[in-house]
Design a protein around this ligand. Structure first.
Ligand SMILES: NC(=O)c1ccc[n+]([C@@H]2O[C@H](COP(=O)([O-])OP(=O)(O)OC[C@H]3O[C@@H](n4cnc5c(N)ncnc54)[C@H](OP(=O)(O)O)[C@@H]3O)[C@@H](O)[C@H]2O)c1
Length: 203
């Protein structure tokens, strides 16, 4: 499995930050939001060459789809397609109970947040990544003199995780596999030991 096109559902700071690394690495990036392509001029400019303003449908048809919307809006996004098979969906959300401003905790136990998200994307292979650190830490060049910026990820599909790790390395990150959506997801989600932290892989 290799990713050829990157789509974003949501075009806020975290989506733009990851998209910019992908665009720099040569991937076509399709940005989308809730209001439509005509509102995405600033986002396209911020991401740079390689980025295009897209409809939801165009972005969702990419083989790697970054979902960076408020957690509480995930059901509305997922239900727009009956079948999400054939792509890997990256859950970048944090399970805040409210958005604008983000606050509270949307408790979906006994599921982890990302297991709950996965339920809303029938057929998709879901990976959780890029949620655990601020976009201001995602955005800079992940290649530092001392090492590479760690990106934690979790998922239940070995092949998809291997492809995600190769893709992340190509962007300059040091991907670190934390295990399943259940165990790794618990570490990464709000309140988890690795949420809100950023790390450097030395060397
Ligand atoms: N901010 C960070 O540092 C950071 C870092 C990592 C992860 N995250 C997580 O990433 C997610 C997005 O955060 P953000 O800071 O980008 O939030 P934001 O500034 O509120 O932006 C949300 C984005 O999602 C879009 N959106 C909302 N509902 C949608 C829907 N139903 N369909 C399609 N697009 C929709 C919005 O489009 P419109 O503007 O057109 O409505 C907007 O582009 C959150 O879950 C957050 O916890 C944030």
């Amino acid at each position: 499995m290799e990713f050829t096109t990157i789509g974003t559902i949501g075009a806020g700071a975290p989506a733009r930050a990851v998209a910019a690394h992908a665009a720099k690495a040569g991937y076509p990036v399709l940005l989308s939001n809730s209001r439509g392509p005509q509102t995405l001029e600033a986002a396209v400019t911020a991401v740079g060459p390689g980025a295009t303003a897209a409809t939801f449908e165009q972005a969702a048809a990419a083989d790697l789809v970054l979902v960076a919307v408020p957690f509480i809006n995930v059901p509305a996004v997922g239900e727009r397609l009956d079948d999400w098979s054939g792509r890997v969906v990256v859950d970048m959300t944090n399970q805040f109970a409210e958005a604008n401003p983000y606050r509270g905790f949307a408790d979906v136990s006994p599921l982890t947040g990302t297991e709950w998200v996965a339920q809303h994307f029938p057929g998709a292979t879901v990976i959780k990544a890029f949620n655990a650190m601020f976009s201001t830490f995602i955005a800079p060049d992940p290649r530092h003199e001392e090492g590479s910026q760690v990106v934690f990820f979790a998922g239940d599909d070995t092949e998809a995780k291997a492809a995600f790790a190769r893709w992340g390395e190509g962007l300059g990150f040091a991907p670190v596999d934390l295990g399943s959506l259940r165990d790794g997801g618990a570490l990464m989600q709000l309140g988890g030991a690795l949420n809100g932290k950023h790390f450097i892989q030395q060397g």
